[in-house]
Ligand binder design. Structure first.
Ligand SMILES: Nc1nc2c(ncn2[C@@H]2O[C@H](COP(=O)(O)OP(=O)(O)OP(=O)(O)O)[C@@H](O)[C@H]2O)c(=O)[nH]1
Ligand SMILES: [Mg+2]
Length: 189
């Protein structure tokens, strides 16, 4: 039997950006979720919020399986990142395109991610269908996302769109890992 390749990917971003929606609409398997009734300021925008993780599995083919780990969006659960990012290949970072009020928090999370996790990342600009949504380019500029990091439009409720974005991340992360391997070879390590 062919050896199975399992890649672990993080799905992250601020509260209400669509992380739980993405994991539940992309996974083939029954997902594990830890949503509870929201309290405090989060309760003003949504009824339920993630306090632990979302987990689901997407089978790409006979050999490749993606394990999707959604993080909580609230900063007080940042410690979960250290746990969830172990062994991960990279992250899909979701931004609510229609809620510029959440972008400061998104930028802080991205800074934290760059300091602590430092894995390849692809941004998904969700809720492009809402009338007040900003474009991926406007979001990239506002958050000062480096030009070589993709910011793609995404509806987290649509499986095929979610699949496209995780495959883009997988492709970029594997290319980066190969490059690092080559650089290591050149240095004789
Ligand atoms: N209109 C629209 N709604 C979307 C889109 N993507 C996600 N949503 C909705 O946005 C909301 C996001 O909720 P969640 O998936 O719970 O968000 P989350 O990022 O897991 O939030 P926390 O766990 O609280 O951090 C849901 O109501 C989704 O249906 C989109 O592209 N368009
Ligand atoms: Mg969630």
């Amino acid at each position: 039997m062919a050896k199975k390749l399992v890649y672990k990917l993080l799905i992250t971003g601020p509260v209400n950006s669509g992380k739980t929606t993405l994991v539940s609409h992309l996974s083939d398997t029954q997902v594990a979720m830890t949503d509870v009734a929201a309290t405090d300021e989060v309760a003003r925008i949504k009824a339920m919020t993630t306090v632990g993780l979302d987990f689901g599995i997407l089978r790409i083919d006979e050999e490749i399986e993606l394990h999707l780990f959604g993080t909580p969006g609230q900063a007080r659960f940042n410690f979960m990142w250290d746990i969830l990012s172990k062994g991960a290949l990279g992250a899909v970072f979701l931004i609510d395109s229609a809620d510029p009020g959440s972008w400061d928090e998104a930028r802080k999370m991205y800074d934290y991610y760059q300091q602590k996790v430092r894995l390849p990342v692809v941004f998904g600009a969700t809720k492009q269908d809402l009338p007040q949504a900003k474009t991926p380019d406007e979001i990239a500029e506002a958050l000062q996302i480096p030009a070589d990091v993709p910011v793609l439009p995404l509806d987290a409720r649509i499986k095929e769109q979610n699949k496209m974005i995780v495959l883009t991340l997988l492709e970029n992360a594997l290319a980066e890992a190969l490059q690092q391997e080559d650089a290591g070879d050149d240095l004789g390590v």
